[in-house]
Design a protein around this ligand. Structure first.
Ligand SMILES: *Cc1c(COP(=O)(O)O)cnc(C)c1O
Length: 432
């Protein structure tokens, strides 16, 4: 569900013609729909209304200050994974007491900063981290609020690079060891045990793995909650979105096509989990990223060249893997549509960027309407893990970002001036 649609053949974001934004701001251009992310937030919030709960938006999926402020205004908290993200959230005017600090590699400086700013609690991923946290808190004469991240070891049925809840990956503490870790942490004087956390993976398109993980962790959560007077159970994020309206099927894709009653919607997610969670009596935290912003953003790009070789048609565009790396990194699918709707037969096309890597493509052999130089294309569902993963590879400046709200639009981030790419560099004295 989103608010990008054609009106008389022209693509609109809410009430704004996307082409008018391109004329003003150029390409490549990220365009976000505030109404879409607002509705997603509210839908999930409503689905958990029967429980005492708090949504903590995963900043790593989209950290733009406009996005963060819009969500903070709706009452969202934030899931942060670095000191930089905490500073970002503060810059957006959000309340640090609604921030939970996760990540396997928190540095001493990051921990100290978060303690001074008073985050809600730390999601701890290892025993050495607990010890470091305790040491730093003692030095600052503070008590660090913590939750331990339990790895429930369940299969999430998603891409290998975004599954996190099995023992094959680096996240969390093994289910069997968690209780002993709480007993250990309870002896550390400058820690306060406040909750338990889990997160099993990203882009999950079915409810059953979430329900399975919750069922598995529930008895442990109940024991720990009683023993240590915990306040929170954080069930993580990972709710998937629809990238490909017409899903590929076939035996190799069986995991992408769950049974109808298992297809993830926020309503079903809430309806299946709430009855399990309610008896626990804890405040439930959620850490969705992609679900809130994924379908709320598009990346608009201009066709530079149409190159026909023997059997193939390459459409070379001015966005590239440095702007949106998901296809190269995760084999991700993004729907590609023209800003001006076209009639006529579809042509098997590779849409590629200009970066010198064969991995720099947005799609391969996909039937697309015929386009010519100067046309604009939209890469749909690029709101999550899009701009945040952008880089300056090939000395390409970071794209601009625009926020749309009804018939208003505003630059959410200006296009990076090219000189800014090397502004931190200096010639060594002996080279001068
Ligand atoms: C990445 C991440 C999230 C958000 O994942 P989405 O799939 O975007 O919802 C939430 N919690 C943790 C711990 C994460 O690492």
């Amino acid at each position: 569900m989103h608010h990008f649609h054609y009106i008389r053949k022209r693509l609109f974001c809410e009430a704004v013609a996307v082409e008018s934004l391109v004329q003003k701001h150029g390409t490549p251009l990220y365009v976000y729909s505030q109404r879409t992310l607002t509705e997603h937030f509210q839908r999930l919030d409503r689905a958990f209304a029967p429980l005492d709960h708090q949504i903590c938006f995963a900043v790593k999926s989209n950290g733009n200050l406009c996005v963060l402020r819009a969500l903070a205004n709706l009452g969202s908290g934030f899931d942060i994974v670095s000191g930089g993200e905490l500073r970002r959230v503060l810059a957006a005017g959000a309340d640090p007491r609604r921030c939970v600090f996760a990540g396997v590699g928190k540095t001493g400086a990051e921990i100290e900063f978060a303690l001074r700013r008073g985050v809600c609690y730390f999601n701890v991923e290892s025993v050495p981290e607990l010890e470091r946290l305790n040491r730093i808190a003692a030095r600052l004469n503070k008590v660090a609020p913590v939750a331990v991240r339990v790895n429930p070891n369940v299969e999430a049925f998603t891409h290998a690079k975004i599954t996190t809840g099995t023992y094959a990956n680096k996240f969390g503490i093994a289910f069997e060891q968690v209780e002993a870790v709480y007993d250990l942490a309870a002896k550390m004087k400058n820690l306060r045990l406040r909750g338990l956390q889990m997160h099993i993976g990203s882009q999950l398109t079915r409810v059953s793995p979430f329900a399975k993980a919750v069922r598995k962790v529930l008895p442990l959560a109940r024991r720990l909650a009683e023993k240590y007077e915990l306040e929170f159970f954080n069930i993580g994020g990972g709710l998937g979105i629809v990238y490909q309206p017409a899903l590929a099927s076939g035996p190799e894709n069986w995991w992408k096509t769950p049974a109808a009653k298992d297809i993830l919607t926020p309503e079903r997610y809430g309806a299946d989990l709430a009855p399990l969670l309610e008896p626990l009596g804890l405040k439930i935290l959620l850490e969705p990223g992609r679900f809130i912003v994924g379908n709320a953003g598009i990346l608009v790009t201009r066709v530079e060249y149409v190159k026909r070789t023997g059997k193939k048609t390459f459409v070379i565009v001015d966005a590239a893997m440095n702007d949106l790396i998901r296809p190269a990194f995760y084999d991700a699918y993004h729907e590609i549509i023209p800003l001006t709707r076209k009639n006529g037969a579809a042509l098997k096309t590779d849409v590629v960027g200009g970066v010198c890597e064969s991995g720099d493509y947005f799609c391969k052999n996909r039937p697309l309407p015929k386009v010519v130089e100067g046309d604009y294309l939209a890469l749909m569902s690029a709101g999550a893990y899009g701009f945040v993963m952008a880089s300056n590879y090939n000395a390409r400046p970071l794209a601009a970002e625009v926020l749309v709200n009804g018939n208003q639009s505003a630059v959410a981030r200006q296009r990076q001036p090219v000189e800014a790419i090397w502004s931190g560099e200096k010639l060594a004295p002996w080279l001068k």
